[in-house]
Design a protein around this ligand. Structure first.
Ligand SMILES: CC(=O)SCCNC(=O)CCNC(=O)[C@H](O)C(C)(C)COP(=O)(O)OP(=O)(O)OC[C@H]1O[C@@H](n2cnc3c(N)ncnc32)[C@H](O)[C@@H]1OP(=O)(O)O
Ligand SMILES: N[C@@H](CCO)C(=O)O
Length: 352
């Protein structure tokens, strides 16, 4: 049903900052088949620590019987540049010296994610993208891609994301990088370097992904006698450990920098003008109590992107709700895509 593959780019890959990467490889997963008309592509852009297996981390929205399913669609999800899950990253071998890059890895941007995935889409023979969808960092890629190739994206779904990363978001990321670099093993060039720092970074990040009430609902104590060893403390430790068992600090460090640099207005006329280049039918979804990407950011996107619709959902999870509230997302996105397809039929009837 699904295929995991690696695309090896035969040429040098030039980054936005002018630096070049040799031996770029992109790990990706596909589900379903590209149809004869090549009009059933759903391209998913993943967030900070996810991988190409969208059926695993976005179950409910993606799956055999979900809105996005392999019976109807050709679903593609590719691991981003610099990530831990198979695409070229700081633990990959630097062809210059045969050793892992670690901190010699070049800094990259969200636009580099898009450029890499454009190459992959060409390799897969994809022309049009029926739906481009992403949340958080994945939404940042999706909005960039829709600006870079406006004629290629038919429908765009942006969830819990923004047009430019906020000072607040950058401050959270910097605090996490401070935690990582305070762990001196980060500079020791070893695969698990900085892992203690990364554990603290995840603990900090969770505070921006969740809410006061989520902690109140799940981590409240059942007894009043405790003076130490609280559930919330154990939860923070557990979540930090869980991340360091599946991710490396170098990728995390670089990916947060890429997120900080997100600004669709960079080297363009303005942020608003860049958003006006988007031609896709666009749905922007915000989460009421998203502390990291507040709804004002999605409202801005919807106001600037021509004809865009805005929907706001509630989630006790806050920002991480974009990964969890799959029933609400299915209803909203399903309705949007049906209406968008009706509009297309009406347009075709007018031109016939
Ligand atoms: C190979 C891979 O794993 S690939 C990538 C998977 N991850 C991704 O794709 C990234 C995106 N996903 C995420 O960020 C997260 O998985 C989310 C947001 C979707 C859900 O977060 P979760 O951590 O699963 O949920 P939640 O916050 O409810 O925590 C539940 C976990 O905390 C544990 N837990 C809860 N309270 C406590 C506590 N007081 N003390 C210790 N552990 C606790 C639970 O036992 C559970 O453990 P488990 O994950 O081993 O089953
Ligand atoms: N929880 C998400 C980040 C939220 O944008 C992740 O770990 O990928």
């Amino acid at each position: 049903m699904s295929t995991s593959s690696i695309y090896n780019h035969p040429k040098q890959f030039k980054l936005e900052n002018g630096k070049k990467l040799r031996n770029l490889q992109i790990a990706y997963q596909t589900y379903g088949k590209l149809n004869a008309k090549k009009d059933n592509v759903i391209w998913v852009c993943h967030a900070l620590t996810a991988n190409a297996d969208v059926f695993e981390w976005w179950e409910g929205l993606f799956g055999q019987n979900a809105l996005f399913n392999p019976n109807e669609h050709f679903i593609v999800c590719a691991n981003v540049l610099g990530s831990h899950y198979g695409t070229t990253n700081p633990l990959s071998t630097n062809p210059v010296n045969g050793l892992p890059y670690y901190l010699a890895f070049p800094q990259f941007s969200i636009r580099d994610f898009v450029a890499a995935h454009q190459l992959l889409s060409q390799h897969l023979g994809i022309e049009q993208i029926k739906v481009l969808i992403g949340g958080s960092l994945g939404g940042q890629q999706s909005v960039e891609w829709s600006i870079i190739e406006p004629n290629r994206i038919e429908n765009l779904v942006l969830i819990a994301t923004n047009a430019v990363h906020s000072p607040w978001g950058i401050a959270f990321n910097e605090s996490q990088r401070l935690a990582i670099t305070t762990d001196r093993t980060f500079f020791a060039n070893q695969p698990n370097g900085g892992s203690k720092g990364l554990k603290t970074a995840r603990s900090i990040a969770l505070l921006s992904y969740r809410t006061y009430s989520a902690y109140g609902n799940t981590q409240v104590e059942s007894v009043n006698e405790k003076t130490d060893n609280f559930r919330a403390s154990s939860y923070q430790n557990y979540q930090g450990e869980k991340l360091i068992n599946r991710f490396n600090a170098y990728s995390y460090y670089y990916l947060t920098k890429a997120m900080d640099s997100h600004n669709v207005g960079r080297n363009r006329k303005s942020i608003a003008d860049a958003l006006k280049l988007i031609k896709a039918n666009t749905l922007v979804i915000g989460i009421e109590n998203d502390f990291l990407f507040p709804v004002s950011e999605q409202k801005y996107l919807a106001d600037q992107i021509q004809g865009a619709e805005l929907a706001v959902i509630n989630s006790d999870y806050g920002h991480d709700g974009f990964l969890i509230e799959t029933n609400a997302l299915t209803n909203i996105i399903g309705t949007f895509l049906r209406e968008s397809s009706n509009k297309k039929i009406i347009k075709l009837q007018h031109t016939a």
